[in-house]
Design a protein. Sequence first.
Length: 196
Amino acid sequence: MNSKHFLVAAALAVMAGSALAQPETQVEVKKAPGQVTMSGTARVTATVVAIEAATRTVSLRDKTGKVVSLVVGEEARNFDQLKVGDVVTAEYKEAITLTLKKQGGGKSAVSEHESMDRSAPGARPGGTAGREVTVLADVVAINAKTKMVTLRGPKGNTLDLMVEDPEQMKNIKKGDQVQAVYTEAVAVSVEPAAGK
């Protein structure tokens, strides 16, 4: 799956979430010496209230009663198995982990990995898509007064990051490297209406 298809899928999930009631969200921050991870999850659940097979349009109603119609692309398998009353759940997750690599040594770099899994032919509709981007950047400047650390990436671009935690700031030295791993994923599942 290329980035364009992943971003379209993620955008569709986010649009559905913003058009429907506010999604259930969860945010978590974990810290350890030389490392911090921030992650978040948004989940939206809605019930299928109408299906227009000719245009592949599905109307969904959220728990507040708001209805939104979405066109389901041809890449989504098993559309014909959708039924009025089915419950659709879309979950979007993203996380970033920053890890300090003392005394550098590696060459700054970027790598990206994407994945996609659609339901098997004949199975319930649904699927997942994900992306992971890893960047290794060099610490080129530190300003303890402003709590700013300047990183230089593999293409020579720089980024200033504010480090709020004084204990983390004490560990960072010019010449160190920071590895950033960003992941995002979207999953869509469909369950039959209760009692069916």
